[in-house]
Ligand binder design. Structure first.
Ligand code: NDP
Length: 682
């Protein structure tokens, strides 16, 4: 059977007929596919993204794109077995592939949730609140984030061919940027299969995703300041691409996630009898063997109190000895192959370099015999544990990354030395501290946070649900400073913001409200005979407002509210103590003011407002005392159409209302947003 030829998806069609580089199975060396020799016209690729992709994506809004992501995640899960079949060639076990394939769709899903819950309707994200810039309230400033109008080039590493693309695609798609994905050639056959599935789903507007198999040619020369480049791979390539003349000339944002020498530190309080001692050994052994150690987050440096080094080495070795290596198709196999023979040579060379300053504690000599047919031609590598002779004096153990099942134990004498060793990685994606002592965690984390993108503090309590040292999570920051590339990926809404452009806007509150689509305090409001709560979602406009009647607060109110709530705080009930307080008198409960305001502004009869589901930014600004008279202003602040329906098929949207409660002098006494669900007319 002839070797299939991979194709690029560019300009709205699959391209590539002539074979170029043969890509081989990591398990048995047999050809899996070949790249295509047909050159790509990158002018066309870029033009397609700009002329077709951008308008098609911006014809949708944040909420609609979030809904597409959600549907896409579901589609990929339904068709995942097609990807598992291809993934086996990369040397990945079922668990490894699960991280890549289902981790990829879970990431899409997580971003769909971010879009639905945290992004507005429309294509402008208001990063409020507005700030008053003048004394009289006629001049204010705020920030908005808008789609950049450009495209995103995502250059990815070989180790996570599916997740690698999807975790970059999701936030850029939400932000309205068409993507050009460039997978690492070695495993591009799996990315190609994933992109075929994504496109088959029919969920993406044309132009929102293109795929480049092979070289990026002159693509980077064609980018401008509206575009973004993200890169995952080696620190060397990152360093080269970062100074690409065209990227520098146009200040094209370049986000890099490079390899890093991540550490795990066993704190001095943990002894071999503690559960935490075993947790440490387990985490190190797992990070060495999952994906055969080909994870940018894997633990390369295991930093352990000197007195426990021997015991820890034995624990880790015992775990490694049980790991069955071989063809991932075999049920008993727990660790597969490296992605290619080139990677195997690379890892071997780096282990040799590390061994100049280290001893071998566990390696090929310890019963390494990959199982399966044809594995002699595969890219298998033995789990390899080293012990650094002089970790403080040797730079190599903190610099050389063997991107395989390799980790180095190193001894320390006190916590300061452990912190210093952790920092010797010169910037890492992640570090783990294993401790039972909260004081050690409180000392270690602030020191280590300057050089780590993420820190896991692991003890028996967290272990019950821990997602592990090596798992980047879509809602937490991934990326790290210094050697790790300086990038900030993932992190929920933060990641989406990387692909949007922020601008400050100044003007009158009325202008800011018109621009942001949100009511800004001080802006003109619309008042009518119709209570805003009696308007359906479609009819309600931001700025629709109600100024309520007044209510004078009496002592009876305070006594009744105290009785009802059980809150007899002295400030409300003890005349003497209240007199000595900063307010000099008894005051009403803040929650009474809140409740009384609701009593003033609600429209009690059944109507389109279906539910009040929360309250944001509550501040009690001034005290309300006996005899003060309050009133409320309720103004529709923000509308979000999540295109949801209730069980009866009635559509509904989210409306946030601005509430200002003032006293008889017109002074603000309480301020907050209430969040409601409002029914649609249809
Ligand atoms: P590279 O840095 O060589 O490649 C990463 C990506 O960049 C690939 O898609 C590669 O494409 C592409 N690339 C390389 N040169 C250029 C260029 N001039 N212009 C545009 N794109 C380019 O890393 P590898 O994936 O080959 O792995 C090498 C090492 O990187 C590993 O041994 C490991 O140390 C580290 N690594 C780090 C990872 C991380 O997540 N941080 C993940 C994987 C690896 P192509 O494959 O076609 O060359």
């Amino acid at each position: 059977m002839s070797t299939p030829i991979l194709q690029s998806y560019v300009g709205g069609r699959w391209t590539g007929r002539a074979p170029a580089q043969v890509l081989r199975s990591a398990v048995n060396g047999r050809p899996v596919a070949s790249t295509h020799a047909d050159p790509l016209d990158f002018a066309e690729v870029v033009a397609h993204a700009r002329r077709v992709g951008v308008p098609a994506l911006l014809a949708l809004d944040f909420q609609e794109r979030a809904a597409r992501l959600k549907a896409l995640a579901r589609y990929l899960v339904e068709h995942k077995e097609r990807l598992y079949a291809v993934s086996a060639h990369t040397g990945a076990t079922r668990t490894d592939s699960w991280i890549d394939i289902e981790g990829g769709s879970a990431t899409l899903s997580a971003y769909a949730g971010v879009g639905t819950n945290e992004l507005p309707s429309g294509n402008l994200l208001h990063e409020g609140p507005a700030i008053a810039l003048g004394r009289k309230g006629s001049f204010a400033g705020t920030h908005v984030l808008v789609p950049r109008g450009g495209l995103a080039v995502h250059i990815n590493a070989f180790n996570f061919p599916v997740w690698g693309l999807l975790e970059k695609f999701a936030p850029s798609f939400l932000a309205g940027m068409p993507c050009i994905g460039k997978p690492a050639t070695a495993t591009s056959y799996l990315t190609e299969a994933a992109v075929r599935l994504v496109l088959e789903s029919g969920l993406l507007p044309e132009g929102s995703l293109q795929l480049v198999i092979g070289s990026t040619g002159d693509l980077l020369d064609r980018l401008d300041g509206a575009d973004v480049v993200t890169f995952t791979g080696s620190a060397d390539t990152a360093a080269r691409l970062r100074v690409h003349p065209n990227l520098v000339r146009h200040a094209v944002p370049f986000n890099a996630e490079a390899d890093s020498l991540n550490c795990a530190v066993l704190a001095p309080d943990v002894s071999p009898d503690d559960e935490e001692f075993d947790l440490f050994a387990k985490e190190v052994a797992r990070e060495m063997t999952v994906k055969a150690g080909q994870k940018c987050t894997a633990i390369r440096r295991a930093i352990v109190p000197r007195r426990h080094v021997q015991a820890m080495a034995e624990r880790i070795r015992a775990r490694l000895a049980k790991v069955v290596v071989g063809d991932p198709a075999l049920e008993e196999v727990r660790m597969g192959a490296l992605a290619s023979l080139e990677q195997r040579s690379d890892v071997a060379a780096r282990v040799a370099a590390l061994l100049r300053g280290a001893e071998l504690l566990h390696g090929e000599r310890d019963g390494f015999a990959p199982r399966g047919e044809g594995v002699a031609e595969g890219a298998f590598f033995a789990p390899t544990l080293l012990l650094a002779r002089d970790p403080l004096g040797d730079d190599a153990v903190h610099d050389i990354e063997a991107f395989g099942p390799v980790s180095t134990l190193m001894a320390y004498d006190d916590l300061d030395e452990a912190i210093a060793l952790a920092a010797r990685g010169k910037g890492s994606l992640v570090g783990t501290l294993v401790t039972r002592d909260a004081r050690i965690a409180a000392r270690f984390v602030p020191a280590a946070a300057a050089t780590h993108g993420r820190i896991l503090v692991l003890d028996r309590e967290a272990a019950a649900e821990s997602t592990g040292h090596g798992s980047p999570l879509p809602l937490l920051k991934h990326g790290g400073p210094g050697r790790a590339g300086g990038g900030e990926e993932l992190g929920g809404l933060r990641a989406v913001k990387h692909f949007l452009q922020r601008a400050a806007v100044q003007g009158s509150p009325t202008m800011l409200a018109a621009v942001t689509g949100e009511h800004v305090r001080g802006a003109q409001v619309r008042e009518s005979e119709v209570h805003p709560f009696r308007r359906h979602f479609e009819d309600l406009q931001v700025g629709d407002s109600l100024l309520t009647h007044r209510r004078t607060v009496t002592e009876a109110d305070i006594v009744a509210f105290g009785g009802l709530s059980g809150d007899y705080f002295y400030m409300h009930f003890d005349e003497v103590a209240a007199k000595d307080s900063p307010f000099g008198r008894r005051i009403a409960h803040g929650y009474f003011v809140l409740s009384a305001a609701a009593g003033l502004f609600v429209s009690p009869a059944p109507g389109p407002v279906l539910a009040n589901y929360g309250l944001d930014t509550l501040r009690f600004v001034k005290p309300v005392g006996i005899g003060d008279t309050i009133r409320a202003r309720l103004t529709a602040k923000r509308k979000i159409d999540r295109r949801r329906q209730d069980a009866n098929g009635v559509g509904q949207g989210v409306v946030a209302w601005d509430v200002e409660v003032t006293n008889q002098h017109g002074e603000l006494v309480a301020s907050y947003d209430i969040l409601t669900l409002v029914a649609k007319r249809g």
